[in-house]
Write a protein that binds this ligand. Structure first.
Ligand code: SF4
Ligand SMILES: [Zn+2]
Length: 270
C-alpha cells in the first residue's frame, strides 16, 4: 500500500474528525513535516507547534525548515523558545541534570519536550497532538521495553494514545504509525519538503543505536509483525490504564506524585 493510503487508513481507523483542532508537533525533520503536509492535504484542521531547543546551529536549521513548511502550507505556527520561556536551552538543562545523575541525553530531552508540548498545546485549546512517530520508532521502542524487561511500558502506545480521558491531558495521534522510515524519507524528498535532514548532535544513546542497527536488518514486514504482536501481547498483559493524577509541584498530569519533568528539575536543582 502507498504511503498516503496507509496514513489515510490510520486516520480513519482512529476516527479522527476534520472538525477537531490538531496541533502537529513539528521538529523540522522529515517525519513531522510529512505528517503536517498530509494532514493539510487531507483537509484536517491543523496548526504547527515547534520547540526551539537552542541546540546551536542544528536548532536554527530546524526552525528555518519549520517556518518554511508552515508558510508553504499556509498553516499557523506556534513557536516555544526554550531560552526565553525557561531561562535555559536544552543543552544547559541537560548538563545540569547529568552533573548529578547519569541519564541519557534523549531521556532528559524527551521528558522535558513532552511536558512542554502537553502544557502549551492545552493553552491553544487543541483536541489532539499529532507526532511524527513511525513504524520503525514504534517497533524499536517495543523491543527496547522488552529488552528492559518492562513490556508494559508500551501499554499506551498505538496510533492514538490510550490514556484515560483527562481534561489536562491532550491525546496524541501518530498518523505514520504503520509507515516505515525509509518510505517517509523518500516521500519528503519527492515532495521537496523543506526539511532538516541533519541528525540531532545530541542523539547519543548507544543502546538505542544498537537496537536500531539490528532493526535495520529486518524487513518492513517483520517490523509490522513486531507491532501486530505487540498489540496481542499487551492485550494479554491486560494492564489497566492507570488514572491520571496531577503533579504536586507543577500540576501537570502525572502517574506518580511528582511528574518526571519536576523530578529531573529537582535533580538539577533548577
Ligand atoms: S535526538 Fe534526543 S536530544 Fe536530540 S532533540 Fe531528539 S530527544 Fe532531544
Ligand atoms: Zn511536575
Amino acid at each position: 500500500m502507498k504511503l498516503e493510503s496507509k496514513v489515510k487508513q490510520t486516520l480513519k481507523k482512529i476516527k479522527l474528525s476534520k472538525k477537531e483542532k490538531i496541533i502537529v508537533a513539528l521538529s523540522g525533520g522529515k517525519d513531522s513535516s510529512v505528517v503536517a503536509y498530509l494532514m493539510k492535504k487531507f483537509g484536517y484542521n491543523i496548526d504547527g507547534f515547534h520547540i526551539d531547543l537552542k541546540i546551536g546551529k542544528y536548532s536554527d536549521d530546524c526552525l528555518k525548515a519549520v517556518k518554511e513548511l508552515c508558510n508553504s502550507l499556509g498553516i499557523k505556527l506556534h513557536i516555544y523558545d526554550m531560552k526565553k520561556e525557561t531561562g535555559a536551552g536544552m543543552c544547559y538543562l541537560r548538563s545540569a541534570v547529568q552533573s548529578k545523575k547519569n541519564l541519557k541525553n534523549c531521556a532528559i530531552c524527551g521528558v522535558v519536550k513532552k511536558w512542554i508540548l502537553n502544557k502549551e498545546v492545552r493553552k491553544l485549546k487543541a483536541d489532539k497532538i499529532a507526532t511524527g512517530h513511525h513504524l520503525d520508532d514504534e517497533a524499536q521502542t517495543f523491543l527496547l521495553n522488552i529488552l528492559k524487561g518492562s513490556p508494559e511500558l508500551s501499554a499506551n502506545s498505538g496510533a492514538v494514545s490510550k490514556n484515560s480521558p483527562d481534561k489536562k491531558f491532550i491525546p496524541r495521534i501518530k498518523p505514520l504509525f504503520h509507515v516505515p522510515e525509509k518510505e517517509i524519507k523518500k516521500y519528503s524528498i519527492e515532495k521537496k519538503l523543506p526539511v532538516n535532514y541533519a541528525k540531532c548532535p545530541c542523539a547519543i544513546d548507544s543502546y538505542r543505536i544498537q537496537v536500531r542497527k539490528f532493526m535495520n536488518t529486518l524487513s518492513d514486514k517483520e517490523k509490522e509483525n513486531i507491532i501486530k504482536n505487540s498489540e496481542k501481547i499487551l492485550k494479554k498483559l491486560n494492564k489497566k490504564v492507570s488514572d491520571v493524577n496531577y503533579c504536586e509541584i507543577c500540576g501537570e498530569p502525572s502517574r506518580k506524585k511528582i511528574c518526571k519533568k519536576c523530578e529531573l528539575m529537582g535533580i538539577a536543582n533548577y
